[in-house]
Design a protein around this ligand. Structure first.
Ligand code: CAA
Length: 240
């Protein structure tokens, strides 16, 4: 029977590429989105992938949404915690609200997405948790104290979950994309973006599909012994 995969923020950007790659691998895919109804409807029309709307920053919302996905598509075997936002500002200008919004979505959102599916994965003896972190969680980034904190936090989450889940057939891994050609990166002022690209040895932004292929591999049976790991996909921009 086909496995079910849940991709948060799965109708746009890197998430959309992941949803499509997993569908191509034969998974039943549920893609969540936060607000853009039009983009989600268009995504479903183009791909046939079902979309579900909820706020990953809200635990009860996430729990109810996941219950609906499981009712319609079956138990969630693969979670891709991808939903993320930026609220960039130099630290001296960063507001408590900018801090909190990013923490709620990017970090608490991972807890809220994984926690409801964890007991079922333990019972069934299989699960895949894949968190989309970032190069900026590994190296920090000017104007991203909030974002970098959440993306570094993701790495703590997967390393801890790996130890708890291993005996139950569950793996937890992270992918750290570098700068990928998505709306999020295109929102960076052009001059800053050009200067960033000049620091990427590959000489270009990455493509969302290059991240999606990492995720599809980590979700597969072949990746069973890879647990608590981080795959960096950044064109050689940063090594850990
Ligand atoms: N390193 C050093 N200095 C920098 C800098 C950098 N990377 N970026 C900006 N600065 C400097 C500017 O030159 C300017 O200096 P001066 O005051 O001497 O002129 C100062 O910092 C910025 O001052 P501003 O008043 O212009 O700052 P602002 O309040 O308008 O904020 C900004 C501008 C938000 C920092 C904007 O430059 C920006 O968005 N930068 C990009 C941040 C970034 O890389 N975000 C990553 C987004 S992509 C992503 O997050 C996906 C992923 O996972 C990789």
């Amino acid at each position: 029977m086909a496995r079910t995969a849940l991709v948060t923020g799965g109708s746009r950007g890197i998430g959309a590429a992941i949803s499509k790659a997993l569908k191509a691998e034969g998974y039943n895919v549920a893609a969540t989105y936060a607000g853009n109804d039009e983009a989600a409807a268009q995504f479903t029309e183009e791909t046939g992938i079902k979309t579900y709307k909820w706020n990953v920053g809200d635990y009860e919302d996430s729990k109810a949404g996941i219950a609906k996905v499981e009712e319609e598509l079956g138990p969630v075997d693969v979670v891709v915690a991808n939903a993320g936002i930026t609220r960039d500002a130099p630290f001296h200008k960063m507001t408590p609200d900018q801090w909190q919004q990013v923490i709620d979505t990017n970090l608490t959102g991972v807890f809220n997405t994984v926690h409801p599916v964890w007991p079922g994965m333990r019972e069934r003896g299989f699960g895949r948790i894949i968190v989309i972190s970032s190069i900026n969680g590994q190296k920090g980034q000017f104007a991203q104290v909030n974002y970098a904190a959440t993306k570094a936090g993701d790495l703590g989450i997967i390393k801890s979950l790996a130890q708890e889940g291993a005996a139950k057939g569950i793996t937890a891994n992270a992918v750290c994309p570098g700068y990928i050609a998505t709306e999020m990166v295109m929102a960076v002022p052009e001059k800053v973006r050009e200067s960033i690209i000049s620091q990427i040895p590959a000489g270009r932004l990455g493509e969302p599909e290059e991240i999606a292929r990492c995720v599809a591999f980590l979700a597969s049976d072949d990746a069973q012994f890879i647990n608590g790991s981080t795959i960096s996909a950044n064109g050689g921009q940063f090594f850990v």
